[in-house]
Design a binder for this molecule. Structure first.
Ligand SMILES: Cc1cc2nc3c(=O)[nH]c(=O)nc-3n(C[C@H](O)[C@H](O)[C@H](O)COP(=O)(O)OP(=O)(O)OC[C@H]3O[C@@H](n4cnc5c(N)ncnc54)[C@H](O)[C@@H]3O)c2cc1C
Length: 540
């Protein structure tokens, strides 16, 4: 019998469907074998797993957009998959709350063992202008956005023939961060823009600038110096400008501003730094180390807990040499196996294992059929390293189907010119219109507060109480606003809104409302006044 959920068997809930989370769930599935003595639920924002090492290749289109993602349901055969955002974790009650789906109601998932594998985030806080103007590069959406943006910049530059300053901005591409991901992004971007620029009659490829900004004396600090220097020389030969010992400090829509005051005119700024721990973990009363990562024991338990485990980029895992494990896919997958083993040992009884993976080596692609690699102490660079890089990652892709897709994309890429299609994916994320019929409920008492509504036409009633015994609190009509209370107080809805007539509303999602309220104190104050007035009327 499960202690945490009251179910007949223990439940393991894994948060995050990246390398750490997915490989933990896979190892747990394997451990289940023919038995059924515990259940596994994995919660992830997307319904797919991203093979991040190949993400930079999406920029140039050398692999298809979905070649390096695998649907979670194809990977996980026995675990239950919840495609939702994790919104909160209550460690005392052992419950995870996930975001509303089509119904604005909280979904709560109880657990006996909790695995935190939420990765890290690119955090631009404290760097003026970066949240607005710099593009992160972490997931498939980021890669697609960057690719589309770069193609748009080229399209615009080919039209704007006479505005020299604008052309300079459009044809300069800046990447901040000289670690693996920054270098791979800069290399792919450089290859791509230089290759496709020849397809635009209005662009002279000589006008293209790709700049890599890095705060240390050399790029790829994770690698041995000779390999990093090889990478530097190669990138420079291909036209990448290196700005070493310089740090990106702020940005505007047209400039990347460095700490020393240098300004690089650009309309495309990608930043792969700084990486911060997941914001959800910040608020949890768990042991945290440098950079806010969760401190674990060598068995992968979060220090001071019995049933909370952490793996991957969000975890600070000790290794036998005394240093924490680096945040790489290689380490995340090994941690996942140890974590799953130890959870099964905790459920069934048995010995725990400790994480003692020492790292097999490092590899980084430099585009244009070259790479740098350091494997089992052996250092290689150039074409052989590139071949090794591709072979290793191809074999590491989960499933033969994906391997086949990637291999055929790579083969075609050797023969065909890069694709130039700009996918316009603009969907309405902000303010939207909604229509309701008489009797329909906009939301129910107890639902999650996920947006604010403005009545355009029609009428509704605000009701309180159990169905059948509801009391009408007030009426709403055109020009009135409702739904503010749950947003301002971060609580669930305290009343039900049901339409009396057909009603049209404007719907503003919680995030956009929070942004407006944070920057317009008068707006926030006026909503608080409405809220207090309503609360006063409700209590009479
Ligand atoms: C461009 C790039 C290239 C890289 N190249 C290499 C390489 O060559 N070799 C290597 O070893 N490593 C590489 N890495 C690093 C490697 O990808 C990471 O170390 C690894 O992905 C960490 O796995 P993770 O599961 O901890 O985190 P992630 O892979 O980031 O997974 C976290 C998951 O949690 C989900 N999530 C986050 N918040 C929520 C929420 N609130 N609700 C629901 N789900 C949520 C995310 O959607 C994601 O699926 C690269 C990384 C990048 C960005």
């Amino acid at each position: 019998m499960s202690a945490g959920t009251g179910l007949t068997r223990p439940r393991v809930v894994v948060l995050g469907g990246g390398f750490a989370g997915v490989y933990t769930a896979l190892a747990l599935e394997k451990a289940l074998g023919g038995r059924d003595d515990f259940e596994v639920i994995l919660v992830n924002r997307e319904n797919y797993f991203v093979f991040q090492p190949l993400l930079p290749e999406v920029i140039s289109g050398s692999i298809g957009i979905t070649d390096m993602v695998v649907p979670l349901r194809r990977l996980l055969r026995r675990a239950e998959v919840h495609v939702r955002d994790v919104e909160a974790v209550d460690l005392e009650a052992r419950v995870v709350s996930t975001s509303p789906g089509f119904r604005p109601q909280p979904h709560r998932v109880g657990y006996d063992h909790l695995v935190l594998g939420l990765g890290n985030v690119t955090d631009f806080r404290g760097l003026p202008g970066l949240p607005e103007h710099a593009m992160p590069f972490k997931n498939l959406g980021d890669a697609l956005r960057l690719r589309n943006h770069v193609i748009r910049a080229l399209e615009e530059a080919s039209i704007e023939k006479h505005d020299r300053e604008l052309r300079r901005q459009l044809l300069t591409f800046v990447v901040a961060g000289g670690g693996f991901s920054g270098v791979e992004v800069a290399a792919e971007l450089n290859d791509f823009v230089r290759a496709v620029a020849t397809s635009y009659r209005g662009i002279n490829p000589e006008e293209v600038r790709v700049v890599l900004v890095h705060s240390q004396e050399r790029i790829l600090p994770e690698m041995a110096e000779p390999l990093a220097l090889f990478a530097q020389r190669l990138l420079q030969k291909r036209g990448v400008e290196l700005r070493l010992c310089q740090r990106l400090q702020s940005a505007t829509g047209t400039e990347a501003i460095l700490a020393g005051g240098d300004r690089i005119t650009t309309r495309t700024l990608v930043s792969t730094v700084p990486a911060s721990p997941h914001p959800l973990l910040e608020g949890l009363p768990l042991s945290k180390g440098p950079g806010g990562r969760l401190v674990t024991t060598p068995e992968l338990r979060v220090e001071g807990t019995a049933n909370v485990w952490a793996v991957g980029d969000c975890a600070l895992v000790p290794t036998p040499d005394g240093n924490p494990a680096p945040p790489t896919a290689q380490h995340a997958t090994r941690q996942a196996a140890v974590c799953a083993h130890n959870i099964v040992a905790a459920i069934r009884g048995g010995d725990c294992r400790i994480f003692d993976h020492r790292g097999l080596g490092t590899m980084g692609s430099l585009g244009h059929r070259s790479a740098v690699a350091e494997i089992f102490g052996l250092r290689v660079s150039g074409f052989i390293a590139w071949w090794l890089w591709r072979t290793v990652y191809l074999m590491k892709m989960p499933g033969w189907g994906r391997r086949l897709k990637v291999a055929s994309s790579w083969t075609l890429d050797l023969l065909l010119p890069p694709d130039l299609v700009e996918l316009r994916l603009r969907g309405s994320q902000g303010l939207s219109r909604e229509h309701y019929e008489p009797g329909q409920e906009v939301f129910r008492e107890g639902d999650l507060g996920d947006c604010l509504y403005i009545v355009l036409s029609g009428e509704a009633e605000v009701l309180k109480g159990a169905p059948g015994r509801e009391q009408v609190l007030t009426q709403l009509g055109a020009g009135e606003v409702f739904g503010e209370m749950a947003l301002l107080e971060h609580t669930t809805r305290n009343a039900t809104v049901r339409c009396r007539t057909a009603m049209d509303v404007l719907r503003l999602p919680k995030h956009e409302f929070a942004t407006l309220a944070a920057h317009l104190p008068d707006l926030r104050a006026s909503f608080e006044k409405v809220m207090n007035g309503r609360r006063g009327a409700g209590s009479k």
